[in-house]
Every structure is written in structure tokens, then in C-alpha cells.
Design a protein around this ligand. Structure first.
Ligand code: NAI
Length: 478
């Protein structure tokens, strides 16, 4: 059993190094720094107790300290077992005014390389405010899921759906809920009641929220941050364009130029992935199920075919679908020796890792943490990155600060919206109003030396918009 602590990170001695990284990141995050300036006096998040579950990286550290500067009380965990930067986590616990001997910062429960039990324990600790959380900031929806499943469990012992039952993760959650029920039979029900809302970072978490909304079980209002234009069309695409090859390079140091790389899925993340690999000189092949995205890929100059067609010939395989069962264990056995297999979708069910481990006679060799060679009985091998979990965060440090400033400015604005205008958001899933989306972009122009053209009043009237924006109707797709 792991005891209950006020924080748990790898090592507070890493705080100084983490603080240097945070300091440099602040300069690259003009949107968040502008919000600190704008709201430092009015403290719009005063009274908010925000429970955050989002990759505990340097960029997230700047987000956390922004929320604190706006008046919030914050607790944090990571939303992936491999994505924490231990220096950033330590620096946030120590805080700007503390020392490793006398930490003054925010309770963080996160370290790089958690087990699944530790991961869910961290999520539980993150929610453990003395008076409970009243806001959630989520990435992938695990914190929201725990509160929803917990509420369901406390009401009628209903267990999660059948297809999750077989997984190790399901058993971990079930153990947690059983233990929680024995300690406090109304814990998650009470928690759900006082939560004013959740702001959700990613495509996969948003999909879960719309499911809760559809089946009528959504417990509190939610803002879909992912579908702000300045989030998904920037972080998912340009962020991945940077961090995908960063992960592959740090993990394998294999030359990408001249190789054949397959990207499964040509959504926002797939588009960034494909461009990232093409930029290194790889020949990139796309797989898609959606004719529109397939046509986009073809027009962007990529070959589009099925995975089956290229299994034996490609060198690098990347999944970016947010869907399950994309690469099977049997398919991995047919790949070229030393083919590289990795995922940048949110969950690890895109690649059948459990099936891989079940192949009779297969062996797994750790080359280094988060890089494994799997050798098949016939002597052939493949390299799997981050055990099938987000490789750009597991093998590298995720997206760079400037693009995350856009995402996290949206997150902060969404938190302020739900916290200060609670009555305007009945239970449901909302996107960020367009004028705020445009504001996020505007806050990032100066740093890049962008000079914006101003509409004249008569031009604005001609195209039917206000001089100050919003400049596009909601159905416009960018
Ligand atoms: P998206 O919905 O824009 O793109 C996914 C694409 O995959 C769609 O075009 C869909 O048609 C396609 N697809 C679905 N099933 C497929 C299959 N069986 N074979 C081939 N293609 C298939 O979603 P987005 O925003 O690109 O996100 C994808 C995943 O990446 C999500 O899980 C999201 O949460 C995650 N994500 C990861 C990030 C990272 O840093 N690694 C950053 C942002 C999002």
C-alpha cells in the first residue's frame, strides 16, 4: 500500500533544473503570460479548487502557475504513466518561493514511469482536496471518468462496459472503486455534485464527454478545449510535427531520411506526423478510413493505401487515429527486421501490446527505458516505443512551449468561463466562443513578428462581420 502524502514526485533535488526549464518556457508562452498580466489583480479563479490531470511537463508547469496566479487552488497528476518531466514536477511542488527542504508550491502526484496502480493512485490523490475539487482540468478524460464511474458505482454497483473488463487497467480502477466505497460510500457522488465543470484538452477525452452527454450521464458542464481552432489546428498538428520525430530520434537515433514511414490516420495529429516524417526525407504512406481525409492526404502528395499493403516493406509505423486495434500482433510479426512501431494517439490500445506479449516464444529486451526490442521465434525483431503509449511524450518531452501556450491559454480561458459564468453553462458540452479563440491567436502574433491587416468599416460591412471580429461563422473550418 502507498501511504497518503501531500505530494509525490521523483526527487525534489531536481527542482532547480526544472525551474530553469520553466523560466525559459515562460518566454515562449506569451498567451499564458498575457493572461497573468490581465487577470493578476481581478483574481477570476479565486475560490476555484482545480484538480488537473494533464502530462506533468515544463509547459504544464507554466499553466499550473498561471492558474495559481489567477487565484486558484490547484492539485495535479499526469495523464500518462511516461509523460512526466521529473524536474518540472519537482519545481512545481517546491514553488517559486520554496526550497526542497520547505516546499511551498502545488501538490503534484506524478513521476516518469508510473505503474498502472500508481497512475490511478495519483489520480485519486490529485482529487483529494480537503473540501473536494470544484473544477476539473482534464486531458484524455481519466479524472472525469473516475468521478463518473465512481458515482455510478456508488449508486448501484454498476461496472464499466464489457470491453474494458478484460484489461488490467479495468481491474485497477475496480480495486480503487471498491476500496473507496468501503472508506466513503458517497465520495465520488459528493465530488460530482460540487464540481462546476471540466475543461478537456484532447480529441479522445472530448469523445468520451460527448458519449456521457448522449447517454444522459454527464454530471457537470464541460468545455471542449480541443476543438478551439487555436488548439486542435495548432497543437495536434504543428506540435506533433515537432515532437513526433523528436521522440523517434531520441529513442532510436535511426536516420529517417530515405525510409518508408506509415502514418495511420490523417486527422490533425496524422497531418502533423506525416509532415514531420516527410521533412526528414522519409517516403510517407497514409492509411485512412474517412474518404475526405484520404483525399486530403492524396492531394498533399502522400500515397494512401492499407496497412496490409505495406506491412512487409515499411520501416516506421506510427498510429494517430484515437481508435483501437490499428496494428495487430500478427501484423507486427510480419514487419521488416528492426521496424520501428510507435503511437501518438492518446491511449495505448491502437497497437495490440497485450497480443504481442502473448505470442508464444516472443522475447522483450529493454534497450533503454521506453524503448523495447521484441524478438519473434523466427529471429526477426521490431522496436516498440513507449510500450505503445504516446511516444512524443514518452520518448521526448512532448510539444514545445510556443504551441502549448495556445492550448493552455484556451484551457485557462475555459476555466475562467466555467468558473465565473456557471449559470450560462447548464450541464452539456460546449466549445470556446470564437471571439476568445481569436483572442488566443492574437496573443501569439507579436512574438512571431506578425503584422495583421485591419479591416476597414466598409470592408467589414461588405463581408458581414464586425471590425473587431469574430471574422468567421462557426461553420467555417480553417
Ligand atoms: P482526428 O479525429 O482529427 O484524426 C483521427 C483520424 O484517424 C481521423 O481522420 C479518422 O478518420 C482516422 N481513423 C480512425 N480509425 C482509423 C483506422 N482504423 N485506420 C486509419 N485511420 C483511422 O483526431 P486527432 O485530433 O488527430 O487526434 C488523434 C489522437 O491523437 C487522439 O487520441 C488524440 O487525443 C491524440 N492526440 C495526441 C497528441 C500528442 O501529443 N501525441 C496531441 C493531440 C491529440
Amino acid at each position: 500500500t502507498i501511504e497518503n502524502l501531500s505530494f509525490k514526485v521523483k526527487d525534489l533535488a531536481l527542482a532547480e533544473a526544472g525551474r530553469h526549464q520553466i523560466r525559459l518556457a515562460e518566454h515562449e508562452m506569451p498567451g499564458l503570460m498575457a493572461l497573468r498580466e490581465e487577470y493578476r489583480d481581478s483574481q477570476p479563479l479565486a475560490g476555484a479548487r482545480i484538480g488537473g490531470s494533464l502530462h506533468m511537463t515544463t509547459q504544464t508547469a507554466v499553466l499550473i502557475e498561471t492558474l495559481v496566479d489567477l487565484g486558484a487552488d490547484v492539485r495535479w497528476c499526469s495523464c500518462n504513466i511516461f509523460s512526466t518531466e521529473d524536474g518540472a514536477a519537482a519545481a512545481i511542488v517546491v514553488g517559486r518561493d520554496g526550497t526542497p527542504e520547505n516546499p511551498q508550491g502545488v501538490p503534484v502526484f506524478a513521476w516518469k514511469g508510473e505503474t498502472l496502480e500508481e497512475y490511478w493512485w495519483c489520480t485519486e490523490q490529485m482529487l483529494d482536496f480537503p473540501d473536494g475539487p470544484n473544477m476539473i482540468l482534464d486531458d484524455g478524460g481519466d479524472a472525469t471518468l473516475l468521478i463518473h464511474k465512481g458515482t455510478e458505482f456508488e449508486a448501484n454497483g454498476v461496472v464499466p462496459p464489457a470491453d474494458e473488463e478484460a484489461s488490467d487497467e479495468y481491474r485497477v480502477i475496480l480495486d480503487l472503486l471498491n476500496r473507496s466505497l468501503a472508506e466513503n460510500p458517497t465520495r465520488f457522488t459528493e465530488m460530482g455534485k460540487q464540481i462546476k465543470g471540466v475543461t478537456e484538452e484532447t480529441t479522445t477525452g472530448v469523445m468520451r464527454l460527448y458519449e456521457f452527454e448522449r447517454d444522459g450521464s454527464l454530471l457537470f458542464p464541460a468545455i471542449n478545449v480541443n476543438d478551439a481552432v487555436t488548439k486542435s489546428k495548432f497543437d495536434n498538428k504543428y506540435g506533433t510535427r515537432h515532437s513526433l520525430i523528436d521522440g523517434i530520434n531520441r529513442a532510436t537515433d535511426t536516420l529517417i531520411g530515405g525510409k518508408t514511414a506509415v502514418v495511420c490516420g490523417y486527422g490533425d495529429v496524422g497531418k502533423g506526423s506525416a509532415e514531420s516524417l516527410r521533412g526528414q526525407g522519409a517516403r510517407v504512406i497514409i492509411t485512412e478510413i474517412d474518404p475526405i481525409c484520404a483525399l486530403q492526404a492524396a492531394m498533399d502528395g502522400y500515397q494512401v493505401t492499407t496497412l496490409e499493403d505495406v506491412l512487409e516493406t515499411a520501416d516506421i509505423f506510427i498510429t494517430s487515429t484515437g481508435n483501437k486495434d490499428i496494428i495487430s500482433a500478427e501484423q507486427m510479426q510480419r514487419m521488416k527486421p528492426q521496424a520501428i512501431v510507435g503511437n501518438v494517439g492518446h491511449f495505448d490500445n491502437e497497437i495490440d501490446m497485450a497480443g504481442l506479449a502473448r505470442i508464444p516464444g516472443v522475447t522483450k529486451t529493454e534497450i533503454k527505458p521506453q524503448v523495447h526490442e521484441w524478438t519473434f521465434p523466427d529471429g526477426s525483431n521490431i522496436i516498440v516505443l513507449s510500450e505503445g503509449r504516446l511516444l512524443n511524450l514518452g520518448n521526448a518531452t512532448g510539444h514545445p512551449s510556443f504551441v502549448m501556450s495556445n492550448s493552455f491559454t484556451n484551457q485557462t480561458i475555459a476555466q475562467i468561463e466555467l468558473w465565473t459564468k456557471t449559470e450560462e453553462y447548464p450541464v452539456g458540452v460546449y466549445t470556446i466562443p470564437k471571439h476568445l479563440d481569436e483572442k488566443v491567436a492574437r496573443l501569439h502574433l507579436d512574438a512571431l513578428g506578425v503584422k495583421l491587416t485591419e479591416l476597414t468599416k466598409s470592408q467589414a460591412e461588405y463581408i458581414g462581420v464586425d471590425v473587431e471580429g469574430p471574422y468567421k461563422p462557426d461553420h467555417y473550418r480553417y
